[in-house]
Design a protein around this ligand. Structure first.
Ligand code: 5RP
Ligand code: FE2
Length: 231
């Protein structure tokens, strides 16, 4: 039997948390079992919203030295923030391919040279065909399951075939889903093959964060197990 080394990872998004308490909110998520923190960076151009940038991420890193940080870069010019985010000791730099289609490969190289892992993100309207040629240069592909820009939106079921296609063709690839993911939608994501789960509102708004994180993990791990038995 082949061994499947896919791992389930739960990465809460702090987008809809009380950002005036970013450290406390982040630490609580980690204490409740989060595997990593998904930090949504928006520039007001690529998406019609603003959040925070590298100065805030660096301050958070100062308080939380060891956790795995992913920055989800919803920005028009991802190249501009590679060095500052590396300086903030970001672990995984996930950028959207849409505004930089011609430069994805050199950007992947720059992110890696800066010491970070590479995540490539796709908006709902972007087909997996667009990312195919770059997958071997990335550590993770993020399939957005809402239009990027805001937390608390409704999960888009019609994104599931993209996850299925990726998992079918790349059995060991890290595939992340982000947007409207929670206890009602996790089964579809897990069965399609997502193993990195971003959930904002579903976790932040929960009275018992740990129980939500544990339940999400259990459902994803069960799917990974089922899938590895078939291999
Ligand atoms: O990238 C994002 C929005 O652009 C967020 O990560 C995402 O929306 C998470 O929040 P929720 O789970 O509430 O949808
Ligand atoms: Fe995100």
């Amino acid at each position: 039997m082949k061994r499947n080394s896919l791992k389930c990872k739960i990465g809460p998004s702090i987008l809809n948390s009380d950002l005036s308490q970013l450290y406390a909110e982040s630490q609580r998520l980690l204490d409740n079992g989060a595997d990593y923190l998904h930090l949504d960076v928006m520039d007001g151009h690529f998406v019609p919203n603003l959040t925070f940038g590298h100065p805030v991420v660096k301050c958070l890193r100062g308080k939380i030295p060891h956790a795995f940080f992913e920055t989800h870069m919803m920005v028009q010019n991802p190249e501009q923030w590679i060095e500052p985010m590396a300086d903030a000791s970001v672990n995984l730099y996930t950028f959207h391919i849409e505004p930089v289609l011609k430069d994805v490969l050199p950007l992947c190289r720059k992110v890696r040279e800066a010491g970070m892992k590479v995540g490539l993100a796709l908006k709902p309207g972007t087909d997996t065909e667009a990312v195919k040629q770059f997958i071997d240069h990335a550590d993770m592909i993020l399939i957005m399951t809402v239009e990027p820009g805001f937390g608390g939106q409704k999960f888009m079921n019609d994104m599931i075939p993209k996850v299925q296609w990726l998992r079918h063709n790349y059995p060991l690839l890290d595939i992340e889903v982000d947007g409207g993911v929670g206890l009602n939608t996790i089964t579809a994501c897990a069965e399609a093959g997502a193993n990195m789960i971003v959930a904002g509102t579903a976790i932040i708004g929960a009275r018992d964060q740990k129980s939500v994180i544990d339940s999400l993990r259990e459902i994803v791990e069960r799917s990974i197990q089922k899938c590895s038995c078939k291999m």
